[in-house]
Design a protein around this ligand. Sequence first.
Ligand code: SF4
Length: 438
Amino acid sequence: MIDESIFLNKTAAYYTLGCKLNFAEISDLGRQLSERGIRKARAGETADICIVNTCTVTELADKKCRQAIRRIRKEHPHSFVVATGCYAQLKPEEVAAVEGVDLVVGANQKTDILEYIAAGEKISVTPTREIEKFVPSCSEDDRTRHFLKVQDGCDYYCSYCTIPFARGKSRNGAIADLVRQAEQVAAAGGKEIVLTGVNIGDFGKTTGENFLDLVRALDTVSGIDRFRISSIEPNLLTDEIIAFVAHSKRFAPHFHIPLQSGSDAVLRLMRRRYDTAFFRAKIEKIRELLPNCFIGIDVIVGMRGETADLFQETADFLTALPFSQLHVFPYSERAGTKALDIEPIVSPQDKQLRSNRLLDLSAEKRRAFYRSQQGTTHRVLFEHAHKGNRMHGFTENYVQVEADYRSEWTNELREVTLERLNADETAFAVDGFNFSIH
Ligand code: SF4
């Protein structure tokens, strides 16, 4: 039993690295700690407790986490610094060795943090418990969009990936509980929910339900104007899901799909569960049913075994594909993965060149998509965050719109005709005499 009085008047600062799932989880942890009397530290205020939710998706992510911890220690010299999340789960000893860490807690043990703090644990690696529980979370308030965790873990074991080791087996919340969480978001004034998870299309493993049923149930939640499906594996994005989104008033025409390679040979090395013909058919299906849909695609460059010819196959495949944007990730060596047995290795210089080529292609596709939207009318959800006197928001099909800051527009849906693209064609401007708003 903890003496709760020790938390009174304490402050905590939260840092999160990596994916939307991490964001949802740290947000939820912040809410739980505030219920116990621990106030969120204001910007610039020194906190009593700092919690870093780490990511281990690449070697670079590990490095960024170590840097973040050291920086946080400098900014909060007398604080109790806790590292949790995927990197802490996968390599607790390595994280504990970072200068400035007081406590390392496994990914699924965040709720135990206060118990450890109360016990005065220092520089200790807590025993990593088996990851099997689904811990629900949904981010609140921090941003206009709410991130609802519907699933966790992954059973796929792609050859380059350590996420299944860090996150455990695929598991999920029950549809009835997730609908309740979405209703709570609506009651609190939330308008947009992004469904998050590690492999969300695999939803239902632990409850005997499936992703389409989840989407159908959420679609009935009144008060939420928009749902977005975050990244979904192509083999799990069924034609039924695409057709449902096409007819739904609430599910946004926006898909984010990991391709990873446009070469069948590399896809086999990666142990992915589809080939390029299947992927192309999926994208064509989306375009047929949702011509204005924003389609983001993940791709990894420089995977072991990706020769110059095989990379060229990827570049050619993507050039011919009607998508809206790429997320390009240079391949990163991860200890314990099957990919380490593959030859040849791609040099860092070649990885960089390939990455630049695809980033150029991505910018071209994005510009073309934005131009295709010129003159169309959409509902834009303007966000809380603003830079100086400018604010921004997104249309349902994920086109960015900027405007002069007006506090009454935050978290509000406004109907906007997309007229004027900014100079680099990355957003439409809505201001002064250039805007047309209803
Ligand atoms: S689907 Fe593959 S890449 Fe995605 S988390 Fe699972 S193992 Fe990793």
